[in-house]
Design a protein around this ligand. Sequence first.
Ligand code: GAL
Length: 642
Amino acid sequence: MTLTRTLGTCYYPEHWPEDIWAEDARRMADLGLTWVRIGEFAWSRLEPAPGDLRLDWMARAIDTLHDAGLRVVLGTPTATPPRWMLDRHPDMVALDAMGRARGFGSRRHYCFSHDGYRAEAVRITTALAKRFGHLVAAWQTDNEYGCHDTIYSYSEPARRAFRDWLAQKYQSTEALNRAWGNVFWSMDYDRFDQVDLPNLTVTEPNPAHALDFRRFSSDQVARFNAAQVAAIRAHSDAPISHNYMGRITEFDHFALGAQMDIATWDSYPLGFLEDRLEEAADHKRRYARQGDPDFQAFHHDLYRAVAARFPGHGTPRWWVMEQQPGPVNWAPHNPAPLPGMVRFWTWEAFAHGAECVSYFRWRQAPFAQEQYHAGLLRPDSVEAEGFHEAAEVARELSAAPLVELSQSPVALMFDYAAAWAWAVQPQGQGCDYFRLVFDIYRGLRKLGLSVDIIPPDADRLDGYKLVLVPGAVTLTAAFQQALATTQAQVILGPRTNAKTAALSIPLPLPPAVPGLDVTVSRVETLRPDMPVKMAGAGHVTLWYEQLDGSAEVLDRDATGRPVTMAAGTLTYVGGWPDADFLRHLLLRGCAKAGIATLDLPPDIRVRQAGATRFVFNHGPDPVDFEGRTLPPAGVTWRDPEN
Ligand code: GAL
């Protein structure tokens, strides 16, 4: 499947005098941009007082952009309810786990469970869809659900909604007590209105209670989004998207993906390296101006999978809605990218199948919170460094091969519910689901592999040769079915199928996968400074399971204790592998699956897109690879013909 590739930018007409809009639009078009996203924070200017809609300026902005030949993505402004909204709905703000109200004066201060606020969100969305639904080429709902830690709210509306959610799920408190194991510590309930949110307890709350709260909170996001989607669809045929963020696991993105035509995400490689990764200081220093070599790629692959949930299209449609164009303002340190990185990041997204890469933002704002955040233009409208790199990509796009999407031989499961289970019951510091999956993703990429992410309810594994399912705490029935029929090599564990859906230990003991006689008879977690040495390469770190059973032992630790056991195409790994042990596991898995691997220099990553192979140098130094020297920020692609 070939894809068209386009560029865009994020523009805030309300930030600039109207007499410069036309010149801005002309410069965007001259730069080679196709798309402009507007509107997502403009509520106070669209409706300065309740009911006083002022949409004409937005109409003029859209006309101006259209006159320059640009296509508009209109954002619903619901991430920034204006100040008057709090007067109308004083209890609409989210409360943090300590019960403190999240204050006005930045953004995302609303609680997903507040019915009054949801109705206001639907009202403004409907007004925009009615007026602009036939004009705009795409929509974005809200902005970055979950950013700034905003999924969980411990408000009164959330408490009421949680009780209703539990009553629907369990039907009786007896069923709830049984599922949660409330006989423990005399936690039984007689009525649903006795159940509180799982905050402010003396010691940890019942993990089943905490897990249900996470499930509920995720459902509230889906419900909030669905209401906007319905309001838009009533008046517009344009495709709908949301801009997801990096390493946000608090809601199920697959559930939202099923609602919308396009999945997009906001890629800030330098901010993420500083702010979202636990890597050692030397790693952060080495990649400070390029970003982590695998973090962006992981999210490209993840959101491609999220996009694939939408039933309407054959090819998953996904974009980068906001691409870092220079230094940002919000990470602990905010260095400038190496020259060439803005172009590099853009091509990396295209190599993973993006339809559009849109730069945040058009012009750097000289006021308010993000003054030191680069744009394509400086505050004085002079072209900034990122502008020239975007221009280079625009030129290259006409000459470069179209990127095809093709299935990868390797599939890696990502399961948001597993992330919640690990978070609720980590059993040891640092035991985090995202980290585990990301370690494995990195290990695969270091061997030159392109990866497809699959959701937890994937019911077909056709075409995959190697499937990895680390840490998926509760396997879905659909996936168990897929497992029973696949020809692929499958690597499970650690902590895969370890719990029931109510987060209890199942009987028979885990992993209870038919055809694989392995039992996890005990679990221990390790200090990060006490890795257990393997008899062969590497170590087990952090999470370590004791395995019994009659399956063949493939790997043992240095004391002879089984760590990996296998039967047929199924392999179970009873510990969190470090990089060396992981490499050994993956090489063996690939050999069994008949997948060729590459011996890559540490800074090099490749991505196979159909017949085209892209090669990226993520390091700060030139690297010799396959007979050519790749400069820092270097990206090349090779077609089968040359
Ligand atoms: C994103 C957000 C933008 C802007 C940007 C700064 O998270 O969607 O509105 O704040 O970060 O990097």
